[in-house]
Design a protein around this ligand. Structure first.
Ligand code: UD1
Length: 421
């Protein structure tokens, strides 16, 4: 098992290209099932979540070729097969096989999905949305779920919460439905827009993604296409938070600044200079301007502050003089990383898994810590760069689920971090 060795770093400086978005790549790769044809994806992140998903597609009969962030999927011979608990447990995104396989074959059988340990993650909203399109969903033995339909029939769908995954599952299904589906209270995340643009390139008729009402006119057939996946907002947010924490000047390319407006507002309030355009973001903070504490940051569905960016911003605030308060509203137990921050000397309290209070300390001290989930692990990297001495981060497989090059990216910016075995 490898680990990261992180040393105190005084400044980050330079520019890097942001990888393709994990949360776009996963639905788009699964969405390719709908075509039964060849799909070419550019800017696809080479992360373990993507590799795990490709293993499942191969098992279903797809032919895959993946190199240099270019991914070719020939889905002509995909067959409908059950996906077991072991196969589904690796990534949460695999729940979208339910919509995609049902859209293509009229039925699906799979286990409940896995994913990061950030609290209970029910899938009732997925089921409600799919049931509205005439899909019969039932429990099978051994924790398996079955979905079956004679015909996918379009309908109005009201989501009780703008769940990203449920919006995507309904979009995939409705693409092949008879008639016009409208999803109300849809998730508005940029990755939903990316999925819409991809499906439309395959011949779907979808509009409204990015707003809370998505309209999908069902089509009989889809075809192959080539598509470039958008840049990863959460990887950009990680490096932005790292620059705020350490100080320096960093330019992030291949990322649309507009998609991180709320995170940028927070950084500016914390005392950073941020400039952004359509294809890049520049963040800078010189050492003489101290980071300011944030009395209240609250996560929420897009366009609110992203839940996935929270742990990195909390890490950046660990050494900011004064009290900072962060309220997590999306997931119930995202802050188990707080225990690891405490081992490094941070003063941090988490109430009911959701309300995080930080009293900034003068110094953090490196020690052995464990990544317990993807974004918490990224937060530990930032804390390690701030801490005196050496921080050893174990269980980095969690971090690799979503970050293609966190070590080499940060090294390029001057960070003292290496991967060791
Ligand atoms: C996606 C992202 C994840 C991000 C999250 C919120 C992917 C692969 N993952 O996850 O990185 O943190 O959006 O922006 O895109 N919920 C229910 N019932 C459901 C579905 C969700 O109660 O049927 C709850 C969840 O438990 C959670 C909240 O709704 O508390 C948000 O979940 P959702 O938006 O569905 O997130 P994911 O699609 O799982």
């Amino acid at each position: 098992m490898s680990y990261y060795k992180v040393e105190k770093t005084d400044r980050l400086e330079g520019e890097i290209k942001i990888q393709g978005a994990k949360n776009s790549a996963l639905p788009i790769i699964i969405g390719s099932i709908l075509a039964g044809d060849i799909v070419s994806l550019y800017n696809c992140p080479d992360i373990s979540d993507v590799r795990d998903l490709l293993d499942l597609l191969e098992k279903l009969g797809a032919t895959i070729c993946f190199f240099d962030n270019m991914l070719y999927i020939d889905g002509t011979n995909i067959k409908n097969m059950p996906l077991t608990r072991e196969e589904m447990s690796k990534t949460r995104g695999s729940i979208l096989f339910l919509g995609a396989l049902t859209a293509r074959f009229g039925q699906a059988n799979l286990s409940y999905p896995g994913g990061c340990n950030i609290g209970k993650r029910p899938i009732d909203i997925h089921f409600d949305g799919m049931s509205a399109l005439n899909i019969y969903i039932y429990d099978e033995e051994d924790d398996m779920i079955g979905a079956y339909t004679e015909e996918i029939i379009a309908s109005d769908v009201n989501l009780k919460f703008p769940s990203v995954g449920a919006t995507e599952n309904v979009m995939l299904l409705a693409t092949k439905a008879k008639g016009i589906t409208r999803i109300f209270n849809a998730a508005k995340e940029p990755e939903i827009v990316d999925l819409q643009d991809f499906l439309n390139k395959m011949g779907a008729k979808i509009k409204g993604a990015g707003t809370d009402c998505i309209t999908i006119e069902g089509v009989e057939e889809l075809h192959g296409c080539s598509y470039k996946i958008m840049g990863d907002r959460m990887v950009a947010a990680t490096y932005m938070a790292a620059t705020a924490a350490i100080g320096g000047r960093v330019k992030l390319n291949n990322i649309k600044g507009e998609y991180l407006r709320e995170e940028i507002n927070v950084l500016r309030k914390m005392g950073c200079y941020v400039k952004y355009k359509k294809k890049y973001i520049i963040v800078s903070r010189e050492k003489k301007s101290k980071l300011r504490p944030m009395i209240f940051i609250e996560s929420g569905p897009y366009p609110a502050f992203a839940t996935d960016a929270g742990t990195c911003f909390v890490a950046a605030l660990l050494m900011t003089k004064g009290l900072s308060v962060f309220r997590e509203t999306v997931f119930e137990n995202r802050y188990t990383v707080a225990e690891e921050f405490e081992k490094m000397g941070a003063i941090i309290a988490v109430a009911k898994g959701k309300l995080v209070v930080i009293d900034g300390v003068d110094k953090l001290v490196g020690c052995q810590v464990d990544a317990k989930d993807l974004r918490g692990g990224a937060g530990l990297v930032i804390a390690g760069l701030m801490a005196e001495g050496t921080t050893i981060i174990n269980k980095v497989q969690y971090i690799k689920r979503g970050y293609e090059n966190i070590v080499s990216d940060l090294r390029r910016l001057g960070a003292k971090i290496t991967e060791e075995n």
